[in-house]
Design a protein around this ligand. Sequence first.
Ligand SMILES: [Zn+2]
Length: 434
Amino acid sequence: MTEFLLTGGRVLDATGERAADVRVVDGAIAEVGPGLSASAGATVLDAEGCVVTPGLVDIQVHFREPGREESETIATGSRAAALGGCTAVVCMPNTEPPLDDAAVVQAVIARARREAHCAVLPAGCITKGRKGEELAPMGELYDLGVRIFTDDGDCVADAGVMRRAFEYASALPDAVIAQHAEDPALVRGGHMHEGAWSSRLGVPGRPAEAESSIVARDLQLAKRTGGRYHVLHMSCAASADLVRAAKAEGVRVTAECTPQHLVLTDESCAGYDPSFKMNPPLREQADVDGLRAALLDGTIDAIATDHAPHAPETKDVPFEEAPPGMLGVETALAVVLTTLVEPGILTLAQALAALSWNPARIGGFAEHGSPLTANRAANLCVIDPAHQWVVEGNRLASRSRNTPWEGWKLTGKVRHTIYSGVPTVRDFDVQEIW
Ligand SMILES: [Zn+2]
């Protein structure tokens, strides 16, 4: 029997908050309550002054495997995720080869079972080769456990293909069509948000309408077909307004946004630093404000990172030549605590809903994000809300360093992460579990 006792913390889950210890036995939560005493041979994990919560769930990460292992692997990415408090992630299918085929998806699942520090569920492609033309064998991928389908990295631009994807997915319970909403015809050749800063910097832009026009079209297709739609990394206020109205009409839609889109603006690109380049791009303050309002009123369900590692040699080039994307999985919680919870914009419970139980529901993770009660799988995260630290790209667990938060002083860090009853992070350090 393996027993861990988390002592002295405050438990916070979807049912509320209370002072309680948590006993974990053989992978499952055995008991939650005040003043529990450790059995002989149990390992005590101190949670004094900490918040004990369901493990975080990041439904949009790029772990680059197979094909770009010099940037990240399932092993390194999941270690970073565990350090960020995650017990489950959904990895995007724009790998090389892409995850459009049962054998490739099966190989990723098998590798994750052998090497990952958290649950790793691949998303499957909507179309073969991510070419946007012919549907991938979604049913076969679904049978392997895939629930999120997306051509992320690219938008499914063809409305007919998108309509067929919705129709096909409607027959698969809990399957969701997730869109990287950027109309390629409007963003071609663009490298940052189109606005005052792109004009001043002389960098070709990617207009906000590239996103909102695709979201508007997809919402109509979702409504017509009854399919489930998810907006990946929503970046502008206009898209949030569309999703808000669609939800009010009963359309089956969910949305996520990233910490960077909730905090940074296009002004960050003023130094031409490729660490601030991503698709969709960082937008204007009015969009940041609109996204925050949408998160508060439930229009945006989840915060996901779009963790996109790029090896230093590929990012260490001029802004316009650099690939888009930034690291996020290890810093997301701390950035949200520091920039949104500490100033009183979000409550801690609202932040954790967006980082854990809402994305767990969207991603179809039955064993993550659930309230802490006996007999549930022990997927937990223990947060020290007072711990101060400075982000240094070189010291992050990712194989890459392209963080937009370099040098930021953050308050709040994950002290312990428990994945399937096993500590993957203990006292701020990643544990060797394999
Ligand atoms: Zn994307």
